[in-house]
Write a protein that binds this ligand. Structure first.
Ligand SMILES: C[S@@+](CC[C@H](N)C(=O)[O-])C[C@H]1O[C@@H](n2cnc3c(N)ncnc32)[C@H](O)[C@@H]1O
Length: 282
């Protein structure tokens, strides 16, 4: 993947408005408009306190690799560059647009598990399509994410009819991805945080059609308690434990909040361990 210097090359040439275009060029034009809209939204300010902290910590932990990790962290176009298509709201126009923009499938075989129904696209020069707005009663066509987020979903190898728990589910990217792969028997999505739980529900509503939504149970429990309930109820459990969320704090406009988070992130490893250990014991 090429990094920041690619941004200048993404700028499209100016076009005359109103002229009728053949379908391929119309798709290309739609693609350019999407691109411009997104670029405007991604001008963010780096929080220097946080970057300094990362410089110190990650130079120690990652050595030379830190330089390329920093490039990705400080370049928002690289964050959610992959486009996961929603099989419940397919759009030939969108697939056309992606093709014109040079996207290709993110995963190609042979992989032990890669359902044909999971369609995720990336392209060589990173960019980010605009996120689609939530509209009641209308399913979204795609979900933006980092393609690596799909690896745990593929590792889970969910098959039709299996009972699945997504323990730390908000905002719901992996829940949506699981449902692109298979039709679980029971699908339990859990999220502890109140606000994020609402976000999770909204994601599910935005991507999953009604008959299937009725089979999904959404709860708001502390994941450490679910392990005490009945972990044997599930065939597969996804534990996407809370992480340090480095990217968002790097662009925080509130220096005090960001500094506080830097201190709190030390406690994360213990929570991650507790969330995981219930299921290993169960
Ligand atoms: C890495 S995010 C999950 C991302 C999500 N799986 C996705 O793909 O969109 C971790 C989530 O765990 C939630 N969380 C934190 N502590 C938790 C707990 N004790 N039990 C359950 N969820 C928790 C956080 O609020 C956060 O939403």
């Amino acid at each position: 993947m090429r990094l920041p210097c690619a941004a200048a090359r993404l700028l499209p040439p100016p076009r005359r408005a109103g002229a009728a275009l053949p379908p391929r060029r119309a798709a290309a034009r739609a693609a350019e408009q999407l691109e411009n809209k997104t670029k405007g939204k991604l001008q963010k300010q780096i929080c220097q306190v946080v970057l300094d902290h990362f410089e110190k910590q990650y130079t120690k932990e990652l050595g030379d690799t830190w330089t390329s990790v920093r490039d990705v962290l400080t370049y928002p176009l690289c964050w959610q560059y992959a486009v996961l298509l929603n099989k419940f709201s397919q759009s030939a126009e969108l697939e056309d647009t992606l093709r014109v923009k040079g996207y290709h499938p993110a995963f190609q075989g042979p992989l032990p598990y890669l359902p044909a129904s999971l369609a995720c696209y990336i392209r060589r020069t990173p960019e980010r399509l605009p996120a689609q707005k939530h509209q009641a009663g209308k399913l979204k066509e795609y979900y933006l994410l980092n393609a690596a987020s799909l690896l745990p979903v593929l590792a889970l190898e969910v098959k039709d009819g299996e009972d699945v728990l997504d323990l730390c589910a908000a905002p719901g990217g992996k829940s949506v991805a699981i449902l692109q792969c298979a039709y679980p028997g029971q699908f339990h999505c859990n999220e502890y945080d109140d606000l994020r739980s609402r976000w999770l529900k909204q994601t599910i509503e935005s991507f999953i059609p009604d008959p299937l939504i009725n089979l999904i149970m959404v709860s708001k429990l502390d994941g450490r308690q679910i392990g005490d309930l009945k972990p044997e109820l599930y065939d597969k459990v996804l534990v996407d434990a809370p992480c340090s969320n480095d990217r968002s704090w790097l662009f925080s406009s509130d220096i005090q909040q960001a500094t506080l988070r830097l201190i709190q992130r030390k406690e994360l490893s213990s929570l991650q361990f507790q969330l995981l250990s219930f299921f290993f014991e169960g």
